[in-house]
Design a binder for this molecule. Structure first.
Ligand code: GLC
Length: 428
């Protein structure tokens, strides 16, 4: 009975997702039934006898970590060859591409790099191999919040690879290290060369940028019971604040076209004061003309609010259609070892999931802000956890963007957000 109900819910969620994405009002009516994978958890020892090749698929490899890990693994393993295939420039594009392959039962990708926000959706569709035993075996050395991001209905569906928390990069000779968002925006408005660069394009990154302020201002999307709480004074306050920032020159309107990499490239021109981005940007800025000119700070707090961030990160999930699951396990074993987790920080300036790495002297030499980064990761809040998260997030970024670009009032956008999130939740 339970299996029957959950299969029905899966179908409903999938077709509802398609309807929302297409902007259509069609009622969910089957189609896209889940490809079931309720098999046993993969054996943690499976990697030992692995051979052949595996293909790891994921988003843009801005830090080089995906290709770098595949190459290092191939060299170290000797029996299994790994290659990396880039399937999308942003997390949204990578998700669409992954979903297409998984729905079509393609065996092209053995491992998908999965954004922390995809676990519930992918696991509920039966697209992933159960990694519970593998995660249990490694759990002791992992930061607990990273393990939580791989969980759906009491099983672990991926292994944490690297975690993420937003940071502020600031030009030390032009602007002050920010303590509050209000101070950052005020300082940024003082001169065009002080301005703030962030990710304001219509996509997942805008949801993150908005929620970083909202959480810190004391607002939320859903409460601990899953009730929709987005229609709040805090949501209005943050939206009005962001709009004002675009009007008074705290941020240039070009931010409305930026995802992570364009934001970084714009900042590298040296014509801005502040940039919000992820830790991997540290290494890239150090290789640019800005080397030595910038500082790294944790995200500011909202005036009168508390420090908060949004937990990001990427996990390694084995496709239910992989023809080389043992090879995939060998890759995961390698990528999550304490030794390779140091390289995650040292070579790629990404945030390790292994806590000990943050206090290792060799890591600190390459990543001097490791201690602050660990504090940011530990203080970051997850985004809503739901199999219909993509629709919830779309309701956020679409309406935030409408306000920022001047096509909707704050009031209308807040009402729409609340209605669309409520509808998304009802569809599952
Ligand atoms: C980073 C984060 C990821 C987030 C994305 C938004 O890749 O690790 O969790 O969804 O940025 O653009």
């Amino acid at each position: 009975m339970k299996a029957f109900i959950s299969a029905g819910r899966r179908r409903l969620a999938l077709s509802a997702a398609a309807a929302v994405m297409a902007g259509s009002m069609l009622t969910a009516c089957g189609g896209g039934a889940a490809t079931q994978n309720n098999g046993p958890a993969v054996d943690p020892a499976a990697g030992k006898d692995a051979s052949g090749s595996i293909n790891v698929c994921g988003g843009k490899d801005a830090s080089g970590i995906y290709k770098g890990t595949a190459e290092a693994f191939t060299k170290a393993n000797g029996k299994v060859t790994a290659k990396y295939t880039e399937i999308g420039a942003t997390t949204d594009e990578a998700r669409t591409q992954a979903v297409q392959r998984l729905e079509g039962k393609s065996d092209e990708c053995d491992i998908f790099l999965t954004d922390v926000i995809w676990t519930s959706e992918f696991a509920s569709q039966g697209w992933l191999v159960d990694q519970s035993k593998l995660v249990e075996a490694n759990k002791d050395r992992l930061i607990p919040s990273t393990v939580e991001t791989t969980k759906y209905e009491d099983k672990y569906w991926a292994s944490p690879f690297f975690t993420n928390a937003g940071l502020i990069y600031y030009q030390k000779d032009k602007v002050a290290k920010p303590e509050t968002w209000q101070q950052l925006y005020a300082e940024a408005a003082k001169a065009p060369g002080n301005s703030f660069v962030y990710q304001g394009k219509q996509y997942e990154g805008l949801t993150v940028n908005f929620l970083e302020m909202l959480y810190s201002a004391g607002g939320e999307v859903l409460d601990s019971n899953g009730e929709v709480k987005i229609d709040s004074p805090q949501t209005r306050e943050v939206l009005d604040f962001m709009v004002k920032g675009l009007k008074d020159g705290s941020a240039d309107r070009a931010v409305l076209t930026y995802n992570e990499d364009p934001a970084r490239l714009a900042y590298e021109s040296g014509e801005d004061g502040y940039q919000r981005n992820w830790p991997h940007v540290y290494r890239l800025l150090n290789e640019s003309a800005l080397k030595g000119t910038f500082g790294v700070a944790p995200l500011p707090t909202w005036e009168g609010g508390k420090a908060s961030g949004v937990l990001g990160g990427w996990n390694l999930a084995i496709s239910a259609h992989s023809k080389n699951q043992a090879g995939a396990v060998a890759f995961i074993d390698f990528a999550t070892t304490p030794e390779w987790q140091k390289h995650v920080a040292m070579d790629f300036s990404q945030a390790p999931v292994n806590e000990a790495a943050y206090s290792d002297p060799v890591v600190l030499a390459k990543m001097p802000f490791a201690k602050e980064l660990l504090a940011s990761v530990k203080g970051a809040k997850p985004r809503p956890i739901s199999p219909v998260y993509p629709q919830i997030s779309q309701a956020v970024y679409k309406n935030v963007y409408a306000v920022l670009s001047g096509t909707a009032s704050t009031e209308d956008a807040v009402k729409n957000m609340a209605e669309e999130i409520t509808a998304a939740k009802k569809s599952f």
